[in-house]
Structure formats: structure tokens, C-alpha cells
Write a protein that binds this ligand. Structure first.
Ligand code: SF4
Length: 361
């Protein structure tokens, strides 16, 4: 591995990062705030999600939940309704739970140290470092995909960044850079350079403040870095979702808490067995999970949705429920709603895709 950053080189790099950031940073809504709560919300939304997508969500969320107490007092459905479409719903669930912890354990104010921040649900090393450095000027490091890429190229780290030792090295280097003046701006400069200049493909080295000294630019292998092992293969799965009517009302079910889509409302259904026909699977799943028999099954369409490691083909069917009481297994709640009421529930993107193919009267 290349040698670790010396104090003097870290200082020179920090100064150059900050000078570049002062001139080139994008004007983003959360950069107008030093409120730790607002910074925490923005950093949570920005995980796995593009800046342009986050901006309107951030503004709506902060308008509805302007502080920790308001978020802690809100219902989970209300929080989900303001998150719907942003994906990775465990983030919303954790924000809500963490707000309650902050009220109970920290007098309603976010703690300013990374260790205390990391006791909150959903707050890992990255988010703790971001809040501590940006909101509280603590010399805490952050490493995300952008930071990994910039540091691997700039410092010539050519080993697999998925390797524990290499990952630790990158955190150490980020820590050396953050250990000086304006740690919050330094961290944002690293991420900003990765997002706008040192991009995964075709990095704009000519416009980069490190054009002369960057190890990868000089060696000509910037696009090959950071080195990563092949990704986990995406698994193809098939499922069904049923628009199930009875006397003008439609059945919605709520998932149990936990998991990717835990606590969200959706159409009843589930995963198909290998080789199982959608109609057979729908009858089986509605019997197993809701003790319901159905008639008039007909296909409305098929939608695709990619989760982290799953590519789902979801067959959407319409049917009528036969008389009989619902008895739930493995579901948190159910409701018979008007079609408009069902469509207004907070749901994940995959459910909204399914609802879009159901014919409307
Ligand atoms: S010179 Fe090129 S590869 Fe090096 S940090 Fe700048 S943009 Fe990235």
C-alpha cells in the first residue's frame, strides 16, 4: 500500500480542498443551516439517493417536521407519507425512532459526539461523522462512495476497497484530513469533488485542484479506481399483488415492522414459488396469509422493481373476495378501504407501480 499521509501533506491537501470548496460548492438547501437536526435529516436522505431527488423531500419534510419534538410526536404513517418515493424505508423508521430517543435520552437535542450519535437507531459511522463535523465542528471523518473514490485516486490506493484493512486505511486518511480547520467544510469538499469532478467515469481531471499531484491522474489509471470486487449478483424473484375487492371496498395490508419495507401498506400478495402461476400463487397466498378465498382472478399487468439485491417481477391481479372473515398471518394490520382511500395510503414505490396498472373505473 502507498505510505500514509504525512501531517504536512495532509495540511496542504486540506487547504486546497477548502479553497476549491469555497469557490465551487453547490448552493444546496441544507448548506444554509447549521441546525444539527436539519443536517441529520439531509445526511440521512442523501444516503443512497441523489441530491436532485432529495431536495424537494428535504424541504417538505422540514416544513412538516421542523424539529426533533415534532418528528417524535408524529405517527409512523405520517412520517412514511412524507418519505414515500424516496426508498429505503428503514431510514424513515429509524429517524422516527431516533427522534424519540433524542427526546427521552438527550433532552431533545442531538448529541455532538460521534459515539453518542451512534447510539441512535440508523446512525452509523458516516452519519455520526457528518453531523458531528458539519453541525458541531468536530474533527470527525466521513467516508462514503465519493470519498473512497477521491482518496483512492488522489493517494494511489490500488488495493480492493472492500477489504477491511484498505477500508480502515481510507477512514484513517479521511480522519487525518478532517483533523484541522473547518472539518465540516473539508468533509463536504471531499464529497463535492467526488460528486462533481472526480466522477466514477470520465473524471474531469483538467478542472481538478489536484491535477498536478494526483497519483492516479499521473499514472493514468483513475477510471480503474477504486478497485472493487465484483458485486453480489442480483437475484431475480417473482411475486403477486392483488387488488382484492368486496362490495366496493378494496383490501390493504400492513407489513410487520422490520425488514426493507416493514410497517408499510401494500396490496396483499407475496413471493411466488418457482414455476408457480400468478393465479395459483395469488390463491395460495391469500388463503395462507388472510384466510380468504377469491374469485374472478384476472391479470392487470406486470411491473418490475429492483431492490438492492433483488429484481422483482410483480404480477398485479384483480379479484373479488368471497364472503368470510379475514384472519391475518404474518401481517400487522388490514383495512377495507375505498379505492381512493387505498391509493392515498403511504406506500413504497413498488406498490405505487402496482397501483398504476390497476384499471380505474
Ligand atoms: S486529478 Fe482526476 S483522478 Fe485525481 S482527484 Fe482530480 S479528478 Fe480525481
Amino acid at each position: 500500500m502507498s505510505p500514509p499521509l504525512s501531517r504536512s501533506r495532509a495540511k496542504r491537501l486540506r487547504e486546497r480542498f477548502l479553497a476549491w470548496y469555497d469557490e465551487h460548492r453547490r448552493d444546496l438547501p441544507w448548506r444554509h443551516s447549521r441546525d444539527p437536526y436539519a443536517i441529520w435529516i439531509s445526511e440521512t436522505m442523501l444516503q443512497q439517493t441523489r441530491v436532485e431527488t432529495v431536495i424537494p423531500y428535504y424541504e417538505r419534510f422540514l416544513t412538516r417536521f421542523p424539529d426533533v419534538q415534532t418528528l417524535a410526536d408524529a405517527s409512523q404513517d405520517d412520517v412514511y407519507a412524507h418519505w414515500a418515493g424516496l426508498g429505503y424505508y428503514s431510514r424513515a423508521r429509524n429517524l422516527h425512532a431516533a427522534a424519540r430517543n433524542i427526546v427521552d435520552d438527550f433532552d431533545g437535542s442531538l448529541p455532538d459526539e460521534t459515539d453518542a450519535l451512534q447510539t441512535l437507531p440508523g446512525v452509523g459511522r458516516y452519519t455520526a461523522g457528518a453531523v458531528a463535523s458539519i453541525a458541531f465542528d468536530r474533527p470527525a471523518a466521513i467516508v462514503d462512495g465519493n470519498v473512497k473514490r477521491v482518496l483512492a485516486r488522489l493517494l494511489g490506493i490500488r488495493e480492493d476497497v472492500g477489504d477491511k484493512q484498505v477500508a480502515a486505511r481510507i477512514w484513517e486518511e479521511a480522519g487525518r484530513l478532517a483533523d484541522g480547520q473547518r472539518p465540516g467544510d473539508l468533509n463536504q469538499a471531499l464529497m463535492e469533488l467526488g460528486a462533481t469532478v472526480c466522477t466514477p467515469r470520465a473524471p474531469k481531471c483538467m478542472a481538478c485542484p489536484f491535477f498536478k499531484t494526483c497519483d492516479a491522474r499521473r499514472a493514468g489509471d483513475a477510471e480503474a479506481l477504486p478497485k472493487k470486487e465484483a458485486k453480489t449478483r442480483v437475484q431475480a424473484v417473482r411475486g403477486v399483488a392483488v387488488w382484492l375487492s368486496r362490495r366496493g371496498r378494496v383490501l390493504a395490508v400492513k407489513r410487520e415492522a422490520g425488514g426493507l419495507l416493514g410497517g408499510l401498506w401494500e396490496l396483499p400478495g407475496g413471493d411466488l414459488d418457482p414455476g408457480e402461476k400468478p393465479e395459483d400463487g395469488a390463491q395460495r397466498l391469500l388463503a395462507e396469509r388472510l384466510s380468504l378465498e377469491v374469485s374472478g382472478l384476472r391479470r392487470a399487468g406486470t411491473v418490475k422493481h429492483v431492490f438492492t439485491h433483488r429484481e422483482l417481477s410483480l404480477h398485479v391481479l384483480c379479484a373479488e373476495a368471497e364472503p368470510g372473515r379475514v384472519r391475518r398471518f404474518g401481517l400487522a394490520a388490514h383495512r377495507w378501504l375505498s379505492p381512493a382511500g387505498l391509493r392515498a395510503l403511504p406506500t413504497a414505490t413498488v406498490t405505487r407501480k402496482a397501483l398504476a396498472v390497476v384499471p380505474q373505473p
